[in-house]
Design a protein around this ligand. Structure first.
Ligand code: SAH
Length: 229
């Protein structure tokens, strides 16, 4: 079950790469009207500020970097970035967007990935929710091993809110840990989607070797900053 979900979610994101940004910029099926869109953008600004408050870094590792919405941000606080994603389609869009020699791209399945260096900052956005609960500890252990002692961690993800996703997506029950997603052409995929509350996320990251503080930006996002012990 888990293996096929992991495969399906990789396939989904490969197929979605060209339309991915519509979600973040609230276009098309993700347009929820002026008020909610503004709310969304205000909250993304809160996250951006929290990220910039971390300061500057020599080396940054971004996991599941996608089209580069956050890679672009990381380039303003980090000198050198390694960006990992399973999808070559996502990595191509990211590369075209940034055209930076300071970003190194690696195509890898994060469930098969082994850390091969210690970074000053590890960042991932909208990825933790796609890690099946039974693989969480093993994944977080790899995250810990890819950060130097005293190095930082920044995690950003979705809160459970029906207006976060497309108008034709059903969110399902909060605890079901999977969702059906549709592409613009109507094709359907099943993906893992686990929603965390700040206290729960803090507890999981603490247990994995981080000093952490997690919070909500409002109704849409959960974010956590940590330091590797
Ligand atoms: N962090 C980006 C993208 C989040 S979407 C952003 O915030 O905009 C989730 C990303 O995870 C997609 O880019 C998808 O290709 C990638 N992904 C899905 N399964 C993966 C896996 N098993 N290993 C690595 N990346 C994966």
């Amino acid at each position: 079950m888990t293996d096929s979900l992991i495969e399906q979610q990789m396939e989904y994101y490969r197929a979605r790469a060209g339309e991915y940004d519509d979600w973040f910029y609230r276009r098309g099926r993700y347009d929820r009207g002026e008020d909610l869109n503004q709310q969304w953008f205000r909250e993304t600004a809160v996250i951006r500020r929290a990220l910039h408050q971390l300061g500057r870094f020599d080396s940054v590792l971004e996991l599941a970097s996608g089209t580069g919405i956050w890679t672009e941000e990381l380039l303003t606080i980090g000198q050198r970035i390694v960006a990992i994603d399973a999808s070559s389609e996502m990595l191509d869009i990211n590369r075209q967007r940034l055209r930076s020699t300071r970003v190194q791209y690696r195509q890898k399945d994060l469930f098969a990935w082994e850390p091969d260096g210690e970074f000053d900052l590890v960042f991932f956005a909208f990825w933790l929710s796609h890690v099946p609960p039974e693989l969480l500890d093993a994944f977080l252990d790899k995250v810990r091993r890819s950060i130097r002692a005293g190095g930082r961690l920044f995690v950003l993800d979705s809160l459970f809110d029906p207006t976060s996703t497309a108008t034709n997506h059903a969110l399902g029950e909060k605890e079901q840990n999977w969702q059906v997603r549709k592409l613009d052409d109507g094709r359907e995929f099943r993906v893992v989607k686990v929603f965390y509350e700040p206290a729960e996320l803090e507890q999981k990251l603490e247990r994995s070797g981080f000093d952490v503080s997690a919070g909500k930006s409002g109704r849409y996002f959960i974010h956590a900053t940590g330091t590797r012990r």
